[in-house]
Design a protein around this ligand. Structure first.
Ligand code: NAP
Length: 258
């Protein structure tokens, strides 16, 4: 049977789309017949991404946007229809060492990872409320579940996103908007190159993107993977604090690193 040419494509907006998990999601969404609005700061990287998908030239729109800048986000929102899928993915990871403690790294990660998500959400929210439909996917992390070495600036931003998503879920339900939290384990991107330890369950970004999209239509609030590592980390959250602390310190050999 011939496909109807006039069938309107679903629109996906994704922040942090120029590389890593975001770029893989762009590819998967294009294959899934979405019109994709890809945002990140670096237009060069975005243009490279666009040229990687010549077949989808018309379906991929790129915009240079910093998620800490509300007016840049709002100007993109003005140019497009209400998103059917809003993926708030932009984020950075900078480890903390007590010897080089820097307030800057806390401020930067909070502004991008937490407030950047809230600003992006705010920019597209009105349209979604009027449309009374859509999915919002918030990129958190397993690192937001339990305190981990070196993650004292990063982990709280991801934990805050969890509570944001859990809380706003009640309000969005009235407007038929579904909110989902995504909590990946280790994904092999630029962000984890700073890690000098063996990352258990490390997966490739294209695998992560496939898992995320496969679970988009499920009833699950939280999408987490890979299965073994996430189940193990979930188990740690059920332990008393002193026990999980001792255990994590032991398996990461944290004391020996000093
Ligand atoms: N990799 C992992 O193991 C892992 C695990 C759990 C959760 N996550 C989360 O997954 C998300 C994607 O991470 P990734 O591993 O794919 O990292 P990545 O490869 O470093 O990509 C990060 C993306 O975010 C964009 N970005 C950073 N700061 C931005 C800003 N101020 N405004 C707009 N875009 C910005 C970057 O693009 P520009 O530089 O062009 O702006 C890039 O496209 C992050 O939220 C991260 O915390 C990652």
């Amino acid at each position: 049977m011939k496909k109807s040419k006039n069938k309107k494509k679903k629109i996906a907006v994704i922040t942090g789309a120029s590389e890593g998990i975001g770029a893989s999601l762009v590819g998967e969404l294009l294959h899934d017949n979405y019109e994709v609005i890809a945002l990140s700061r670096n237009l060069k990287k975005l243009s490279k991404l666009k040229s990687a998908y010549p077949k989808y030239k018309k379906d991929l729109k790129i915009f240079s946007v910093d998620v800490t800048n509300s007016s840049q986000l709002l100007s993109v929102s003005k140019e497009i229809h209400s998103p059917d899928l809003l993926i708030l993915n932009a984020g950075i990871y900078e480890p903390v060492s007590i010897e080089n403690f820097s307030l800057e790294t806390f401020i930067k990660q909070s502004e991008i990872n937490y407030l950047g998500v809230i600003k992006s959400f705010d920019a597209f929210l009105k349209k979604m409320l009027i449309n009374k439909s859509g999915i919002v996917l918030i990129m958190s992390s397993i690192a937001g579940w339990v305190g981990l070495p070196k993650a004292s600036a990063y982990a709280p931003t991801k934990s805050a996103l969890r509570l944001f998503a859990q809380s706003i879920r009640y309000d969005l339900a009235k407007y038929n908007i579904i909110i989902k939290l995504c909590s990946p384990g280790f994904v092999n991107t630029k962000a984890v190159k700073v890690n000098d330890f063996k990352m258990p369950g490390l997966i490739e970004p294209n695998v992560a993107a496939k898992i995320i999209l496969k679970n988009l239509s499920s009833k699950k609030f939280e999408i987490t993977f890979p299965w073994f590592f996430s189940t193990f980390m979930k188990f740690l959250t059920y332990l008393p604090d002193n026990l999980s602390y001792k255990f994590i310190k032991y398996v990461t050999s944290y004391e020996k690193e000093k």
